[in-house]
Write a protein that binds this ligand. Structure first.
Ligand code: NAD
Length: 512
């Protein structure tokens, strides 16, 4: 029974066929398409989810709007208390939910558990935040006046998420949005709809116990068409969208057209610079996990290694050796390092990218290939590959969502930084070095142009405490920790006159 999958589905209330539109305790019957969720691990149909249709979409937005009227009046720490209880519930469901993430998306069970742990962590963060939604006070230039700013709830937050983090991205948005007083409508990836059903079931139990209004947590399953409904809807002041650059441009355009707010978390093309002053043990470990973890399907996956020419050959040899020891197979089996890609389309893109590397003159260092035979029946398993390339190759400039690592040599640190920055995306970057001056140069204004820049840790993964996101084509959005909460609220500046005259600003006279 595939590592206890049936028990996990039962615990999460995920059935063979599910409604995919909900405002909380209420599930809507729709005429939307049936989304079939096949596991990339074994190719089996896990279950189906009925997508939203336009009628159900409007019913959800109406309910969410009504819920907002009430939810925004709850004191923020009381909303935080509800989020605290969600954290407790997620601890209880960590194993089954981690298993479902692994089975439906294909990442290893350990990574599935890690993803649920991120959800728990953001709950804890949001609970503290619920007492710290602070604005500033300023000194007024006018006598007997006081000025300050406050942050108010924004309204409906639309969340569009990608398949590769089928539950964590939703929680990064919702937990903050909820303590901020917003209500959320989630359009999950059509490739991982069952994870959304599981999350909604967990939330429902907590919300019912706390009498949270119907409509604070909504889901609308479906594809880009459902996503576009939300992007174009003036009743949704903020759309937080995670996915490809192509999607971000479409969503950004639609939201921009109505001057709404878009938080975009898009693709990366992340590099590690391995200096001649690096501890190579750390460098190889960081590069290996960054490149093959989640089968290369993280937005922060290490796609490029920029290696100093004096250590280039040694790094190459050590990488080759490490790659030969990787075991590829069922992600639920803890003995495997690398699981499958999400679907056969992704496998096609992987094979096409390797062909393109050769066409452009790249050298294949570790040959990839699609796996078949016992254990690989789903047709979604591929071997991680390494190629020696030039940064300007068209294929290297492009994010292929698969375990293909590009390597290239460099001479000076300035050259390395130019290569690192020489792509359109700007998500995550790292340097492996023990040399203080080159480390500081990498982190300086003239250094990495990415939203994330690390030293002696790889590009992949991030802690929830920091603001997460990237520059350039990655979209510029920040979510999760630090002050990322501010995007979920509207800011208001208030001036109060407690005197008995009306002095005008800038000393302007207006006497009648
Ligand atoms: P995708 O762009 O195909 O789909 C993402 C989501 O957008 C899905 O829910 C999809 O239905 C929706 N969508 C697609 N086109 C749309 C449109 N025109 N209008 C409205 N909604 C639309 O991406 P994917 O294959 O699911 O995920 C992989 C991509 O996501 C990679 O590029 C990866 O780097 C990126 N990603 C980025 C981050 C980040 O935080 N920066 C995190 C995870 C994934």
């Amino acid at each position: 029974n595939n590592f206890g999958m049936q028990e996990a589905l039962k615990a999460l209330g995920v059935n063979r066929s599910n409604q995919g539109t909900s405002t909380g305790s209420k599930w809507y019957k729709t005429k939307g398409a049936k989304l079939e969720s096949y596991s990339p691990a074994d190719g089996k149909l896990i279950g189906t989810v009925q997508a939203s249709d336009e009628k159900a979409y409007h019913a959800v937005i109406k309910q969410a709007s009504a819920a907002f009227e009430e939810w925004r009046l709850w004191p923020a720490p009381k909303r935080g208390e509800v989020v605290r209880q969600i954290g407790v519930a997620l601890r209880k469901y960590k194993e089954p939910l981690g298993k479902l993430v692994s089975y439906e998306m294909g990442k290893s069970y350990q990574e599935g558990l890690g993803e649920v742990q991120e959800m728990i962590d953001i709950c804890d963060f949001a609970v503290g935040l619920s007492r710290q939604l602070n604005g500033l006070t300023m000194h007024s230039e006018r006598p007997n006046h006081r000025m300050y700013e406050q942050y108010h709830p924004l309204g409906i937050v639309g969340i569009i998420s990608a398949f590769n983090f089928p539950v964590a991205v939703w929680s990064w948005n919702t937990m903050l949005a909820w303590v901020c007083g917003d209500v959320c409508v989630w359009k999950p990836s059509e490739k991982t709809p069952l994870c959304s059903i599981a999350c909604q079931n967990i939330i429902n139990k907590v919300f019912e116990k706390n009498n949270v209004p119907e409509g604070v947590s909504c889901i609308i399953n479906g594809d880009a068409i459902v996503g576009q409904l939300m992007a174009g809807d003036e009743r949704v002041p903020l759309v937080s969208a995670t996915g490809s650059v192509r999607m971000g441009k479409a969503v950004g355009r639609t939201v921009g057209e109505r001057l709404g707010r878009a938080l975009l978390e898009l693709g990366g093309n992340n590099a590690i610079i391995i200096s001649e002053h690096a501890n190579l043990d750390i460098a190889i470990r960081g590069a290996l996990f960054g490149a093959v973890g989640t089968a290369g399907q993280r937005c922060t996956t290490t796609r490029r290694l920029i290696i100093h020419e004096s250590v280039y050959e040694e790094v190459k040899e050590r990488l080759k050796k490490a790659y030969s020891q990787l075991s590829i197979g069922n992600p639920l089996d803890a003995n495997n390092h690398v699981g499958p890609l999400i679907d056969k389309l992704a496998v096609k893109a992987y094979s096409a990218a390797l062909r393109k590397v050769k066409e452009e003159g790249g050298e294949i260092l570790v040959k990839g290939g699609v796996l078949n035979g016992k254990g690989y029946e789903s047709g979604c398993y591929v071997r991680p590959a390494i190629a020696e390339v030039r940064n300007e190759f068209e294929i290297v400039q492009h994010e292929t969502f698969a375990p293909i690592l590009y390597i290239m040599p460099y001479g000076t640190i300035e050259e390395a930084i130019a290569l690192q920055n020489g792509v359109k995306q700007g998500l995550s970057s790292a340097i492996m070095t023990n040399h203080m001056q080159e480390m500081e140069k990498f982190l300086s204004h003239a250094g990495s142009d990415c939203g994330i820049a690390n030293v002696n840790i790889g590009t992949s993964g991030a802690e929830i405490g920091g603001a997460f996101g990237g520059e350039k084509e990655t979209g510029g959005g920040r979510e999760s920790g630090s002050d990322a909460w501010k995007v979920y609220m509207r800011r208001q500046t208030n001036t109060i006159n407690y005197g008995s005259t009306l002095p005008l600003a800038q000393g302007i006279k207006f006497d009648i």
